[in-house]
Design a protein around this ligand. Structure first.
Ligand SMILES: Nc1ncnc2c1ncn2[C@@H]1O[C@H](COP(=O)(O)OP(=O)(O)O)[C@@H](O)[C@H]1O
Ligand SMILES: [Mg+2]
Length: 364
């Protein structure tokens, strides 16, 4: 196709070790971009030749090839910024602070600051588990109050560095996943030993303590909902899809990367709560999603897509666990919903094109 007048969308990402962290997703994104008539390429901060207004970006033919591309009209930010070293992130944050590009999406603050932000919304407040910064004193208070708590790194992703702690008959039972997601379970018999153990656990970063939710609704496996909401080609928020993730045996987390499985929401919830109740629960999840998006955009600026982790506890109460600004979409593939996977890949590109259209209209 002719290059002239085709919109150019750059996808900002990190490529350090392997070519890219999410090669299958990126290949789908490039393919969909082609179908939409856009020029789409991937690039990382080090590929930007600002003085020449050119970028040595990547596309996929039979393999990844790097070529020189014209400057993008708009950039979709897919540079993961959590669970990364400061050295890896420095060029990224430098780039985001400059006004070299028009970005289609903003990023989110860490889990604790986000929680503080969401607490201001009346609808969200009762649906957020109690959350605060880690300290031994707060941990003791939270365990005495809730019996089960979660410890999580403020900048963690994919279920890394998470501990579930339960107080039972004077003992502490823990189920954990370290930074490499390796699982470990055990029992600790005194507060002192518990604090010693946690001292080491939290030594490599900042952590939060969170009220534990009873999410073991599927034969003692942890289950939660992943909901993907995206802006469409008219810039409106739409719920692209959702599904339940069932954690592997004894896992404190449900994340697919940690061995979780994706199953259709109704298949999990119907036998537990019945038709009417499920309709009400799912509709509450949708309201939760729209309220979350509104609160985030009021505070952080326009977003493009959000992946919400939603807890539905044994009583059917709905809780917001986490919000991801650069969500995965493999869940749909896992559930056999190929059409939703494609829609989920296409929407960010359509939204970027919508923004470009709006920009051109502005400049007329
Ligand atoms: N407070 C909690 N109560 C019960 N389960 C939780 C809680 N927090 C997290 N989990 C489980 O751990 C998973 C990972 O936690 P999350 O906060 O989403 O961190 P990450 O960014 O690593 O995905 C959740 O999807 C859920 O299955
Ligand atoms: Mg999560």
């Amino acid at each position: 196709m002719e290059t002239l007048n085709r919109p150019i969308i750059g996808i900002l990402t990190l490529h350090s070790k392997k070519p890219f962290e999410e090669p299958a997703f990126f290949r789908s994104l490039l393919k969909e971009g082609e179908r939409l008539g856009a020029i789409v390429y991937l690039f990382s901060p080090k590929d930007v030749l600002a003085a020449e207004r050119k970028i040595t970006g990547f596309v996929y033919t039979d393999k990844w090839v790097q070529k020189t591309f014209p400057w993008p009209d708009i950039v979709i930010d897919r540079h993961h910024y959590l669970s990364k070293s400061a050295a890896e992130l420095e060029p990224y944050f430098t780039l985001r602070q400059q006004s070299l590009f028009r970005f289609a999406n903003h990023f989110l603050p860490d889990k604790l600051r986000l929680h503080g932000m969401l607490m201001h919304a009346d609808f969200l407040r009762p649906r957020l588990p109690e959350t605060l910064a880690y300290s031994p004193q707060e941990l003791q208070r939270m365990l005495e109050k809730h019996e089960m708590v979660y410890l999580k790194p403020l900048k963690g992703t994919g279920g890394r560095g998470i501990v579930r702690l339960e107080m039972k008959n004077g003992n502490f039972l823990f189920h954990s996943r370290n930074r490499n997601r390796l699982m470990k379970h055990g029992k600790i018999s005194s507060w002192n030993r518990l604090f010693e153990w946690l001292e080491r656990w939290v030594s490599d970063g900042e952590f939060l303590i969170q009220q534990g939710l009873q999410l073991d609704i599927v034969s003692r496996h942890i289950a939660d909902m992943r909901l993907l909401m995206q802006k469409d080609e008219q810039g409106m928020w739409r719920i692209t899809g959702h599904g339940m993730r069932i954690g592997s045996k004894k896992s404190p987390t449900s994340n697919l990367h940690g061995g979780g499985r994706g199953i259709l929401t109704h298949k999990i919830l119907l036998p537990l709560f019945g038709h009417e109740r499920v309709e009400a629960i799912v509709s509450e999840c949708f309201t939760l999603a729209f309220e979350t998006a509104k609160t985030i955009e009021d505070n952080c600026g326009p977003m493009m897509e959000l992946g919400l982790d939603i807890g539905i506890d044994r009583q059917g109460a709905v809780w917001l666990i986490e919000v991801n600004a650069m969500p995965a979409r493999n869940l749909f593939k896992q559930m056999g919903q190929e059409h939703l996977y494609r829609l989920a890949v296409r929407r960010p590109l359509q939204y970027a094109l919508f923004l470009l259209g709006a920009m051109q209209a502005d400049s007329l």
